[in-house]
Design a protein around this ligand. Structure first.
Ligand code: G1P
Length: 288
């Protein structure tokens, strides 16, 4: 089995739901407590030993590149000012990963975004992570996927149960439970109506694929919303070879919509090692 090292982050989306905040700032750079959303995704990937990062960007996304780059001037200033904790953190972020940036010139769908990385995959397994699904828990979500990949050698999707009124917002899977406790996925439908949904198990933005997925993606035609859907390529893959689902442990925040984003800030804020206690007190005073 080939080692899993590569991970693709599609980050070219417009962030329309966050306008005007995202007029000049990528939505991936919006802050959850003390760091931008995309940094959570990258740290999760690194914790799962996926350290070859391919970021799919687009116009107006340069701030992401700057965030993971070295700012010699800033580092020198922080050092000189004796701000050693900040210096350590800023230099850690700048050196945490080697990132390749690939442009998605047109917004033709998630499948189209992933296919932009085709050239860099070189017949290796790869992960895909959607950073606006923020998943926190004792074991990083990507590590949970890695373990199933290493156990089976096949593709794996991260799943979570969603309420009925949410199924039309996600890719929803059909499956059979195997004796080994894994879910073997037999089909998946992008954003079905409730009556067409095969289950209430949603794909929550964490994927590991065999290289075959990329080949299938090359021929996928526009589907739901006239976009090239990653889900359609996975459904084809599941007809050729096993694709597994893992029910993820952890708490998920849909940070891609403003309400979920605010909840993520509130919950992670309350748990923050530096600001948590003060934040809780101030919040309580507001709620009383
Ligand atoms: C994408 C995928 C969908 C998945 C979702 C998770 O949809 O197409 O299958 O369930 O991410 O957030 P999007 O939210 O980008 O429209």
């Amino acid at each position: 089995m080939k080692t899993l090292r590569k991970i693709i982050f599609p980050t070219a989306g417009m962030g329309t739901r966050f306008l005007p905040a995202t007029k000049a700032t990528p939505k991936e750079m919006l802050t959850i407590v003390d760091r931008p959303l995309i940094q959570y995704g990258v740290e999760e990937a690194l914790a799962a030993k996926m350290d070859q990062i391919i970021m799919i960007t687009g116009r107006g996304k340069r701030a992401i590149e700057d965030h993971f780059d070295i700012s010699a001037e800033l580092e020198a200033n922080l050092k000189q000012a004796g701000k050693s904790e900040l210096y350590k953190e800023v230099s850690r972020v700048a050196r945490m990963a080697e990132v390749i940036y690939v442009r998605q010139k047109e917004a033709l769908g998630l499948g189209h975004a992933v296919l932009r990385a085709d050239h860099w995959i070189n017949d290796e397994p790869f992960a895909v992570s959607l950073a606006d699904e923020l998943i926190v828990g004792a074991k990083p979500a990507m590590q949970q996927l890695r373990e199933v990949y290493e156990q089976t050698g096949h593709s794996v999707l991260g799943l979570m149960q969603v309420p009925e009124d949410q199924v039309s917002k996600y890719g929803i899977v059909d499956y059979v439970a195997e004796d080994n406790g894994l879910l073997r996925l037999t089909d998946m439908v992008e954003k079905p109506s409730l009556k067409d949904a095969p289950s209430h198990l949603a794909i929550v933005g964490r994927y590991v694929f065999t290289p075959r997925l990329m080949e299938l993606l090359r021929d996928v035609k526009p589907g739901k919303g006239n976009e090239i859907q990653l889900t359609d390529a996975i459904a084809l893959l599941a007809k050729e070879e096993p694709v597994y689902g893992v029910l993820l442990d952890g708490e998920r925040f849909d940070a891609g919509n403003p309400a979920g984003f605010l909840v993520a800030n509130a919950v992670l804020g309350m748990n923050h090692h530096l600001y948590g206690e003060e934040f809780k007190q101030i919040l309580k005073a507001h709620l009383d």
